[in-house]
Design a protein around this ligand. Structure first.
Ligand code: HH2
Length: 274
């Protein structure tokens, strides 16, 4: 196995991770890419318009979602990863078996929304393949996480959690320069928690690791626009949130609308780096 570059060199700042959900029930694009041919066409399109990596997922983690058995997740994810051999691929999974099969096919990153808590074998798989890994904060589990999210101070609590998960990853043999951290917007958080996390994102960036943010289409943004029951935010709201995150130090942005996010971040980066 060739040695990988440090994460910040492999994915320079303002990189966009394209979201590819192979699920019937994802909150904004459920059912759209269930057929491998449709998924592959979308993945190649995302790469054409500037995605640094495509995040392939076979299990929705939207509030209230139900877990998917490993066989079903493999059936959804693996044909797509197979069709993307040679392209930059991340596997969005909390299951070690799905991660392993994806990495064997050349995926280079595991996006684990449980931050290596969901499957006791996951850390070892990431270490074995020297893969990049995203450690995301979530309070509770998707089925019930929005019932009553509760923090002393959401930013300090998320930082403490991420520090603890990074220490766990390092102890499992994962190199520090393979790790991204993610505050997990919408994962066990109220609208106020999400806004506070975004407003004070610099505190998370001070952990010293590249920060990935996933704000694209999230319902909190729809609620900010005055729709209390809004489930899917507009593109304009998503771009504003991505630019705000970038200005506060975000390194990589996970987004469904890749071309628009690439353009928005190019402008934000030009201003920040001027
Ligand atoms: N958000 C979602 C899924 N995975 N991973 C990271 N690291 N950060 C995020 O914010 C994040 C994530 C939810 O978005 P989506 O994949 O579009 O929806 P669903 O979980 O319903 O498939």
């Amino acid at each position: 196995m060739t040695r990988r570059l440090p994460a910040k060199e492999r994915f320079p700042r303002s990189a966009v991770m394209g979201v590819l959900n192979i699920t019937p029930d994802s909150f904004s694009d459920g059912g759209v890419h269930l057929q491998p041919a449709a998924a592959l066409a979308e993945a190649w399109h995302m790469l054409d318009v500037g995605a640094a990596i495509v995040d392939v997922g076979g299990e929705s983690t939207r509030p209230g979602s139900q877990p998917v058995p490993v066989e079903k997740e493999l059936e959804r994810v693996i044909p797509v990863v197979q069709g993307l051999i040679g392209a930059p691929v991340s596997v969005d999974t909390a299951k070690a078996e799905v991660a392993r099969r994806g990495l064997e096919l050349g995926a280079e990153m595991v996006n684990d929304v449980t931050a290596l808590r969901g499957d006791p074998a996951m850390a070892e798989v990431v270490a074995e393949f020297d893969a990049y890994v995203v450690l995301m904060h979530m309070q509770g589990e998707p089925r019930t996480m929005q019932d009553n999210p509760n923090y002393d101070d959401v930013v300090s609590d998320v930082c403490r959690f991420l520090e603890e998960r990074v220490a766990f990853a390092l102890a499992a043999g994962i190199a520090e320069d393979r790790i991204f951290v993610d505050p997990g917007f919408g994962f066990g958080k109220t609208l106020e928690h999400n806004v506070e996390l975004l407003r004070r994102l610099e505190e998370i960036c001070r952990l010293g690791l590249p920060v990935l943010v996933g704000l694209s289409r999230k319902s909190s943004l729809a609620r900010l626009l005055g729709d209390p029951r809004g489930l899917v935010a507009t593109l304009a709201a998503s771009l504003a949130a991505a630019a705000a995150a970038y200005e506060r130090g975000a390194w990589m942005v996970r987004a469904h609308d890749v071309r628009e996010h690439v353009e928005a971040l190019r402008v934000a980066a030009a201003v920040v780096n001027a």
